[in-house]
Design a protein around this ligand. Structure first.
Ligand SMILES: Nc1ncnc2c1ncn2[C@@H]1O[C@H](COP(=O)(O)OP(=O)(O)OP(=O)(O)O)[C@@H](O)[C@H]1O
Ligand SMILES: [Mg+2]
Length: 267
């Protein structure tokens, strides 16, 4: 197994006083290379779960193992060599004043500690780096070949998310965390970024966790669909099982009732 989350505990103080225990012994296991789509209502804990895995939020207890190695206790900085993330906001995750090639180089240095020192000598990509990036963009069929020297701040939101994804894929991450990474995009850009997401997950053979509110994505992307509510897994379906659902079925699952109970009631 690639990702094994066991007995995860996390909570937060409530605004009016008191404590809300959001994750109470949470468990999730994902196979190597599995592409898991995570859905659930606002506030159900999807982003928090990704933050706990990435280490940007410390878990109170429990274990998060990636390919047999415990991540709890490691700084997010140390986890960064194995985990890549793409967030919702196209402004996050890239340095707007740096060119596309410089951003790609930065992402590579971040994920490969050995490169960090050479990065100190020249974060600037050299001719060989540029050639590699060019080849990669061509391989991925991305229409950016002649834009390596364009500052990323001059790109559209869709182009930025595309570059964020390519950056996330550099350095062979073992886990890809995507938090509504297409939510700010128009439908055409969304389709392109999702097609690239599918290609990259397959190419890297990395385990991926993708949060989305798009029912279309939930029904048509990934190998497995899981649903979170109030910090608990209330649904877990393989791609095959998911085929029986319509968007309306999924819509009906958003709520307080356990999905299996709801399914029983539906007969
Ligand atoms: N650092 C924090 N401190 C206190 N409360 C937090 C913190 N992070 C998250 N929460 C709370 O935890 C709950 C889960 O939030 P989270 O952002 O994970 O939800 P989500 O499922 O990602 O929702 P959305 O679909 O709106 O993005 C929310 O009630 C939120 O207010
Ligand atoms: Mg969220």
């Amino acid at each position: 197994m690639s990702l094994e989350i066991r007995g995860l505990q996390w909570g937060h103080p409530e605004p009016g006083g008191g404590w809300r225990q959001l994750f109470e012994g949470f468990n999730l296991t994902c196979a190597t290379g599995e592409f898991v789509v995570l859905i659930g209502s606002n506030g159900s804990g999807k982003s928090t779960l990704l933050n706990l895995i990435a280490g940007t939020l410390p878990a109170l207890a429990g274990s998060v193992c990636l390919e047999g190695r415990e991540l709890i206790g490691l700084s997010d900085h140390r986890r960064a060599s194995r985990i890549a993330r793409v967030m919702q906001n196209p402004l996050d995750g890239t340095a707007p004043d740096l060119t596309m090639a410089e951003n790609l180089r930065l992402a590579e240095c971040r994920r490969r500690p050995g490169l960090r020192w050479s990065g100190l000598l020249g974060l600037h990509p050299d001719a060989r780096d540029r050639r590699r990036y060019q080849e990669l963009l061509e391989e991925l069929d991305l229409p950016f070949r002649d834009r390596l020297d364009t500052p990323v701040g001059q790109l559209s939101g869709g182009q930025r998310q595309t570059i964020s994804l390519v950056m996330a894929s550099l350095g062979e991450p073992r886990l890809l965390l995507l938090d509504e990474h297409t939510a700010a995009l128009d439908p055409r850009a969304e389709a392109k970024v999702m097609a690239l997401t599918d290609r990259l997950v397959r190419r890297l053979q990395t385990t991926a966790l993708m949060v989305t509110h798009s029912l279309e994505q939930a029904l048509h992307h990934g190998d497995r669909l899981v649903m979170l509510h109030d910090g608990a897994l209330i649904g877990d379906w393989s791609a095959q099982e998911r085929r029986q659902f319509s968007p309306d079925d999924l819509r009906a699952f958003y709520g307080n009732v356990r999905v299996d109970e709801r399914q029983e009631r539906r007969g």
